[in-house]
Design a protein. Structure first.
Length: 210
């Protein structure tokens, strides 16, 4: 299970989660772990409501991808007993145990408990950031949180970038697995972007199973 994480909202986590999901070979499940500002469902074009009986929504343009939107407030009340962090933990574990194939988690931004839960539950973390200095600094904090939780940072993807600036890998403490060029929205409709995510997916497959 791979957590897709970054320092701030709008850094490209959701786009990268879905872009990789459609680029990876075989069945892939994507889970929105951001209950405060969920948008994976919107980008994927599936209903906002959580699926019934723990069966995800099929991506309308790629039937190998299954999408789990973040729980609504009413749905969260029916989760297993415990605080919000425990609810998120049990949900991720349930998806991991029942999913067919690879699982990607679209993580919340920041360094609070909601962001820590998916990082702790994941096998590894993929960082996502644009190459600007403020975003990189926030991503360093995300990497440090993953390290503190004992979850390996597999690498990083630079979005809205064509090259890897000097010193970025040293700053993040991990290799940059690929860059995604800047394009006008809808971003995932651009062939250059889809090609970039296919290259990252190839690197991930070459490294190990998710």
């Amino acid at each position: 299970m791979l957590a897709v994480a970054g320092g701030k909202g709008g850094c490209g986590k959701t786009t990268t989660t879905l872009g990789l999901a459609t680029a990876l070979d075989g069945p892939t499940t994507v889970v929105d772990a951001d209950t405060d500002m969920p948008n994976l469902h919107s980008l994927a074009g599936v209903p906002r409501e959580p699926p019934q009986n723990h069966v995800g929504h099929v991506h309308p343009r790629d039937d190998t991808v299954t999408v789990y939107p973040a729980p609504t407030n009413s749905a969260g009340a029916h989760e297993e007993r415990g605080d919000r962090t425990d609810d998120g933990k049990s949900r991720l574990r349930r998806v991991r145990d029942t999913a067919d194939g690879q699982v990607l988690i679209d993580c919340p931004a920041g360094a609070g408990p909601d962001a820590a839960t998916p990082l702790r539950e994941a096998d590894e973390v993929l960082l996502v950031t644009p190459p600007c200095t403020p975003a990189l600094r926030d991503t360093v904090k995300t990497a440090a949180m993953a390290d503190a939780l004992g979850t390996n940072v597999l690498g990083a993807v630079l979005v809205r970038a064509r090259v890897v600036p000097s010193g970025v890998e040293s700053l993040l403490g991990c290799p940059v697995l690929g860059t995604v060029p800047p394009v006008d929205p809808p971003v995932l409709d651009a062939e250059s972007v889809r090609r970039a995510y296919r290259k990252v997916a190839t690197v991930l497959h070459a490294d190990k199973e998710l």
